[in-house]
Design a protein around this ligand. Structure first.
Ligand SMILES: Cc1cc2nc3c(=O)[nH]c(=O)nc-3n(C[C@H](O)[C@H](O)[C@H](O)COP(=O)(O)OP(=O)(O)OC[C@H]3O[C@@H](n4cnc5c(N)ncnc54)[C@H](O)[C@@H]3O)c2cc1C
Length: 274
């Protein structure tokens, strides 16, 4: 092989939670290459980080990487309810650190992680293996030949689309979030709001482990043509609505995430996927 071609058992496209989890669970003697188009693992942030304690514990995620939440409340345009969660304890993940922790779970394996490197195209060779073209700012590698390829590119469907196996989804969940200093807000409460404030989706607010209040809106496009940023700006600018939600926004907002797409489910509104 030339010095521009990597050969491995498993080629993973995308260093988000899916790709990193695959790498972490491969047997130690299986060689793997991950390409991740972002410069860092975990940044930019692509998720709010709401999850469940049972899942965090089942996956062995250390306690310092999430915050437990005690109270859950839901608001519609006219009604509101406190949801009794029973044994289901919501948690807010510290996503950048969690993903970095996830990446470390395969550090000891025969794994090469190429950051700022993009999967471009793929063909199947006569010997059955897959040959992919990659491009990176800081790497001289140009090709990866692998027996198995994992498309962990999220909503991009990068490999599946390149192989003609699936098209990019037409419906995407799109959201955005701001963060404020926690101030007087409850440090133990998560809220979700539905209705005209977040058509074809929902909004949320919760405290984070970093002493901030994170508030966001996510919608499904093209089910609505509204922009999540406009909807969120309307919410944070509406003092009456914020009072009804029991929120105080103190200080200047920090944009926690840009406009973030995610795969939308066809027939369900799923928490976490807008
Ligand atoms: C606003 C918003 C809020 C959300 N909140 C929650 C939540 O609270 N809880 C929850 O459980 N889920 C939440 N989600 C959903 C969650 O973000 C996704 O389910 C999750 O990120 C999917 O993980 P993934 O690894 O499959 O894809 P991604 O996280 O999208 O990771 C894929 C990675 O692949 C990289 N990539 C893509 N194409 C290429 C390429 N050609 N070459 C190299 N790299 C490539 C991308 O840069 C990306 O980093 C939210 C989504 C949005 C949009």
């Amino acid at each position: 092989m030339d010095d521009k071609t990597l050969v491995c058992d498993v080629f993973i496209v995308g260093g988000g939670p899916a790709g990193l989890s695959v790498a972490a669970t491969l047997p130690d003697d299986v060689s793997c290459v991950i390409v991740h188009q972002d410069r860092e693992i975990g940044l930019p942030v692509r998720t709010s980080g709401a999850s469940w304690l049972q899942d965090a514990e089942r996956l062995g995620i250390p306690e310092h990487l999430f915050k437990r939440i005690g109270t859950s409340e839901v608001f519609s345009d006219k009604e509101q309810a406190v949801i009794a969660m029973g044994d289901e304890v919501p948690v807010i993940l510290d996503t950048p650190r969690l993903y970095q922790w996830l990446a470390r779970q395969s550090d000891h394996k025969d794994r090469r992680l190429l950051l700022a490197t993009k999967f471009m195209s793929i063909t199947q060779r006569a010997d059955g293996r897959y040959e992919s073209i990659i491009r990176g700012r800081n790497t001289h590698w140009e090709r990866v030949i692998a027996t198995h390829v994992v498309d962990a590119s999220g909503w991009h469907f990068a490999v599946l689309e390149a192989l003609g196996l699936a098209a990019k989804p037409e419906r995407l969940a799109v959201g955005t979030e701001y963060e404020y200093p926690i101030g007087d807000n409850d440090t133990d409460r998560v809220i979700a709001f539905f209705g005209t404030r977040a058509p074809a989706g929902y909004g949320w607010a919760f405290p984070t482990a970093q002493d901030t209040l994170r508030i966001g809106v996510g919608i499904i496009q093209p089910d609505t043509d509204k922009s999540p940023r406009d909807l969120l700006d309307a919410v944070v600018g509406d003092a009456r609505f914020l009072k009804r939600l029991g929120l105080t926004l103190a200080g200047a907002p920090i944009v926690h995430s840009g406009i973030l797409p995610s795969v939308a489910y066809d027939d369900r509104l799923v928490f976490g996927n807008v």
